[in-house]
Design a protein around this ligand. Structure first.
Ligand SMILES: N[C@@H](CCC(=O)N[C@@H](CS)C(=O)NCC(=O)O)C(=O)O
Length: 218
């Protein structure tokens, strides 16, 4: 039976984007189930019907239900070891897991002030010092990875990995909010934006017409 990934709006749902990208970039077949976010009780109940956590993304693999973006990516990595979603070298893998966990649990100011919104016209906004610190830290993470693993390929750990999937929405945030970045970071962003799976998600998001008012900020 084909796995199902329950996702929210591609335009806004950065957590949905992460496992979707991990699956698609790894060419793992899955069916996509779209539940529009923040439309009211009926759609919320649909999400709750799949996972009592009440949030997307959710992966359904036969009898197994996995919720939360990073847990889903870990599950996929175990289920499809040949896809090498994490780097093979244990030290590189530990590094990839550390930055993925850091992304998953941190960067609240950047997330709050620069929500993912693919159809938002590109423009800069005034950011808090906390958001600026988040941006500096992301750039430090990416620059360090490129410096250490650049010889293996174009992505954070050479070939595409779970870490790239975890940071993918930040690429959109940096682009949309016209964040000034160093050349190595721009080169990495260009690599991500050229990835067919990244483009497919972006095109899907841009084709959506649903607007979530609370996310249409400055
Ligand atoms: N920590 C969770 C966060 C999931 C999350 O916040 N999902 C949002 C959409 S991006 C959601 O489902 N919101 C709907 C709601 O709260 O009703 C993860 O990594 O998957």
């Amino acid at each position: 039976m084909t796995m199902k990934l329950v996702i929210g709006n591609k335009n806004y749902s950065s957590w949905s984007m992460r496992p979707w990208l991990a699956l698609r970039a790894s060419q793992i077949p899955f069916d996509e189930v779209f539940i529009p976010l923040y439309t009211g009780e009926a759609d919320k109940q649909r999400i709750l019907g799949v996972s009592r956590a009440g949030k997307v993304p959710i992966l359904i693999d036969g009898e197994v239900t996995v919720w939360d973006s990073l847990a889903i990516i870990e599950y996929i990595a175990e289920r499809f070891p040949d896809k090498r979603l994490w780097p093979e070298d244990p030290a590189h893998r530990a590094h990839a897991r550390s930055i993925s966990a850091e992304m998953h649990s941190g960067f609240a100011a950047l997330r709050n002030e620069c929500g993912m919104n693919l159809h938002r016209p590109v423009r800069a906004i005034a950011l808090s010092s906390e958001a600026c610190a988040d941006i500096s830290r992301v750039q430090q993470i990416w620059t360090e990875c490129r410096g250490r693993y650049g010889k293996f390929g174009e992505f954070l750990f050479g070939s595409f990995s779970a870490a790239d999937a975890m940071f993918a929405p930040v690429v959109h945030r940096f682009r949309t909010y016209a964040i000034a970045v160093v050349p190595e970071v721009q080169a990495y962003m260009d690599t991500m934006m050229a990835l067919p799976a990244f483009r497919e998600w972006t095109e899907g998001g841009l084709a959506e017409t649903l607007v979530i008012k609370k996310f249409e900020t400055a």
